[in-house]
Ligand binder design. Structure first.
Ligand SMILES: C[S@@+](CC[C@H](N)C(=O)[O-])C[C@H]1O[C@@H](n2cnc3c(N)ncnc32)[C@H](O)[C@@H]1O
Length: 282
């Protein structure tokens, strides 16, 4: 059967299962099945597909119909300017999180060297993107998930920044190594009770460890702020991603832990998304 016929049938199946980007996803999964680029598929749509590739493709289309995210099927996600390896042990990097990278580059544009910490690095998307942009920065990462550690190591190797990072597998509560100029974190911040309202693609496939923010949604943020106040240098900055409705509570927590609030940055949908603060003398 020709590639275009197989892709069209897959497109119809995905569309019938309410997958919004049905054509794009069919092409991306075909590219993965035959180990070629999407451009190759488009330019060679009248070529025949082999039996093994066909079966492999159909398996992926069934998984996609059941909601498995395309990033987990292709094991790829673009974040900032780079392609990251991802699997279902790490959160799929979100475009809104790029705000943290953007802010770090803006704040430290005249600073040659800093030593920073990423709490809950996951795939490594924030940590490694910053290291790629700033050749003299040194990064440390801590994540409670050992699987995330493996994924982040793969990405650090792929992006060529291995020599400038240290990664630790630990609960942030038990971590006490070093003093940092900057701490960044995109911690889990969904209230446990609200997990069930997340889109099926998210709740059925992404790791709970990356989503669960405890009963009030800010249990992990609380830990991150408390630990950061010990791990950060005086005058150092803490940049946190938050949910759209957590600004007030998080600002209070920050002030209680001797942080001065510099600014709150909105995302593309105009929701409060990121808080920038500075550690001041107790
Ligand atoms: C929302 S994900 C963010 C991942 C990545 N930084 C990103 O932006 O895509 C949160 C990450 O925090 C980690 N995590 C959750 N609780 C933690 C804790 N108590 N200590 C350290 N890491 C934690 C999870 O394993 C997960 O990788």
């Amino acid at each position: 059967m020709k590639l275009e016929t197989v892709i069209y049938k897959a497109y119809q199946k995905l569309k019938n299962n309410n997958i919004k980007s049905a054509m794009l996803d069919s092409e991306l999964l075909m590219a993965k099945a035959i180990n070629e680029s999407r451009e190759y598929i488009i330019l060679n749509s009248n070529k025949d597909i082999g039996e093994k590739d066909y079966n492999n493709f159909q398996t992926m289309i069934t998984q996609r119909s059941n909601g498995k995210p395309i990033a987990y099927l292709t094991n790829k996600k673009i974040f900032w300017k780079y392609e990251f390896f991802v699997n279902n042990e790490v959160l799929i990097p979100r475009p809104d999180t790029e705000i943290i990278v953007e802010q770090v580059l803006k704040i430290y544009k005249n600073k040659k060297k800093i030593n920073f910490l990423d709490i809950g690095f996951g795939s490594g998307c924030i940590l490694l993107s910053i290291l790629k942009e700033r050749k003299d920065f040194m990064g440390t990462g801590v994540d409670i998930s050992n699987h995330a550690l493996k994924v982040c190591k793969i990405n650090a190797y792929k992006l060529g920044v291995k020599s400038r990072i240290r990664l630790f597998n630990s609960d942030i509560d038990k971590f006490s190594l070093g003093k940092y100029d900057l701490i960044i974190s995109n911690p889990p911040y969904i209230k446990n009770i609200e997990l069930k309202y997340l889109e099926k693609d998210v709740i059925n496939f992404e790791p709970r460890l990356a989503l669960r923010g405890g009963l009030d949604g800010i249990s992990e943020i609380r830990k991150v702020i408390k630990k950061s106040s010990e791990l950060i240098k005086n005058g150092g900055k803490l940049i946190l991603e938050i949910a759209h409705n957590q600004k007030k509570e998080v600002k209070q927590l920050l002030r209680k832990n001797s942080f001065y609030i510099n600014s709150v940055i909105k995302d593309l949908a105009n929701n409060d998304r990121c808080i920038i603060s500075t550690k001041i003398n107790d």
